[in-house]
Design a protein around this ligand. Structure first.
Ligand code: SF4
Ligand code: SF4
Length: 142
């Protein structure tokens, strides 16, 4: 459960830390996990759930304690897949102050990571769960 602490919050790439409140790690929130996440992180549950408005139990003083090993869903945030999954379209989540901005390399990396997940049944299930979870809360990326 250790790793190099990342910048505050969950966002995968350069934008994380833009907001100082770590909004992406504050509940209420569900982080869905696939087998790959569970094996990597040593977590046995399907979901990391944050009930109420408190912080995720994995949010340390210097950001996510998992660092770059954080759950897939967190690693692509604020980017998320939109429904329907085909053709793949991406949006940014409204909770993040970067929503609606052009996310450039972050969006490209997230797209690549999502496409990789879509190659397996388990990964596909995870991508669908994420898309359903954020449905209606995403601003389409240009
Ligand atoms: S697992 Fe890490 S990145 Fe994800 S919500 Fe919790 S602290 Fe944030
Ligand atoms: S909400 Fe957005 S800007 Fe704030 S820490 Fe998370 S990814 Fe970074």
């Amino acid at each position: 459960m250790t790793g190099t602490p990342s910048a505050p919050g969950s966002g995968a790439l350069s934008l994380c830390g833009v907001c100082t409140e770590n909004r992406c790690c504050i509940g209420p929130l569900d982080i869905f996990l696939d087998d790959e996440d569970r094996t990597r992180l040593g977590i046995t549950t399907e979901t990391i759930s944050i009930e109420g408005e408190g912080p995720c139990r994995f949010l340390g003083e210097r950001g996510c304690v998992f660092g770059s090993r954080k759950p897939f869903m967190c690693s692509i945030y604020p980017v998320a897949p939109m429904l329907p999954l085909e053709p793949l379209r991406l949006g940014s989540h409204e909770t993040c102050p970067c929503a609606g901005e052009e996310l450039g390399e972050q969006a490209t990396a997230a797209r690549r990571a999502i496409q990789q997940k879509l190659r397996t049944a388990d990964g596909r299930k995870l991508v669908r769960k994420i898309a359903e979870y954020y449905d209606g809360e995403l601003t389409p990326l240009k």
